[in-house]
Design a protein around this ligand. Sequence first.
Ligand code: FDA
Length: 497
Amino acid sequence: ASGDHVPVLVIGTGYGGSVAALRLAQAGIDVHMIEMGMAWDTPGSDGKIFCSTLNPDQRSYWLRTKTKQPLNYFLGFPIDRNISRYTGILDAEDFAGITVYQGRGVGGGSLVNGGMAVTPKRENFSFVLPTVNPDEMYDTYYPRANAGLGVGVIDSAWFESASAYQYSRVGRKHAGRSGFPWGFVPNVYDWDYMEQEQAGTVTRSALAGEILYGNNYGKKSLQKTYIAQAKATGRVTISPLHRVASVAPAAGGGYTVSIDQLNTNGDTTNVKTVLADRVFFAAGSVGTSKLLVKLKATGVLPNLNDEIGKGWGDNGNVMCGRANHLWDPTGSLQSTIPCSGIDNWTAGGAFSEVAPLPVGIETFASFYLSITKNPNRAQFSWNAATGKVDLNWQTAWKQPGINMAKTIFDKINAKEGTIYRTDLFGVYKIWGDHLTYHPLGGAVLDKATDNYGRLVGYPGLYVIDGSLIPGNTSVNPFVTITALAERNIEKIIATDL
Ligand code: FDA
């Protein structure tokens, strides 16, 4: 409530925020979490909490009147549809040169993501986080994160028999025939549940097109792991549909946090002010960067250093599809949860997940999300004229990433005598180069903060999310975000509290 005084306030309920809340609560500290999105704990009129990708309704998008599907064309036709404006679960946030997809709600990105839980190869770690001791990470914090998240791998024998993973087996065949290493990718989905979905003995979720707008069953989102544990301590409270607008030093010490309460139309219905001894920024790379850039530029936190807003990258995300021959069908039933990838990172700078195209009919298409070593980095800046934070990424900056992904798919196409699909992102457009699912950076570790996420210039302010990571993790990012948060919060609890 307005006027409250809390020891710790956490902005955001994604990976970084959930780790901070759990570990602080276990150390005996009361934590209040503020989340701009909804709680996602109550079924709608259809009896389900989340809607599927096959039939998106108002629950799908954050404050849009039309869907903005990442794959927005099929057979050259646009497939977006009108929806009512609502505080839906997936935000397709538009900047000038890129659309950044993010989860909105208690659980952050874990509500909408593919669950792929990948630890970077140790030999790539110094590229990912150059100032962090790899021994600590690989001996302690990556194992702790994997355990906390409930990471598992598909049963390899079952994989061979499951019709829902035919697309993955075709991906393996094509990778192998071109000499690329292919391997299983761990996931937080409950693989036993998945096997029962395939057998038809439980209600389907991954096999019913559920993913981007939430999974009703099977996926171990943060709501079921870190946040459930945090709530069970009795020390953590969460305010959904509340958005932090400002964090300012308070006269008597601590910070005054100004919070807008939202309705499901996105309007502010109430403004609250809370005094917090310590504040953790865990609003995600974009959310944290936007807040810090604005607070520095408008003189609320003038002592933040000049690294604020810098070092932002797209994790090299690019997407593409390939048109297979008629003897290589990928299946009309496809699990939305990917389980495998092609690794050409060392030779070509690309790690490509074999992704589903779960449209319910045979498409003879193979679809891939690539993570590439694209070196381009962008910067957030305050635009006083519009009163908004801009990002200076340009669409053309995706080209190095496209070139890296082509080291895999040009070769596979040549070997198979196949071509790229040109009907998935527009009319005659091969590359999905307009978006990212993996925003990283903006308050980089050991630059905008010290080597543990303490914001330079303001004791008691911390960053603990994907904005600490300088633009790329070489694989999907959430395990690294979680492990880094585990490392930093352990140090902060031991020395600051
Ligand atoms: P995260 O974004 O999770 O959480 C931030 C939270 O803060 C959000 O809930 C947001 O609503 C809230 N917030 C923001 N501003 C606020 C404010 N001012 N006040 C209050 N609350 C505020 N990664 C991976 O490793 N494997 C995968 O398979 C995928 N797949 C994938 C698919 C899709 C569609 C998306 C969009 C993303 C992925 N990702 C992924 C990426 C992954 O989900 C992402 O990297 C993490 O969620 C980022 O974790 P953070 O803790 O940084 O923030």
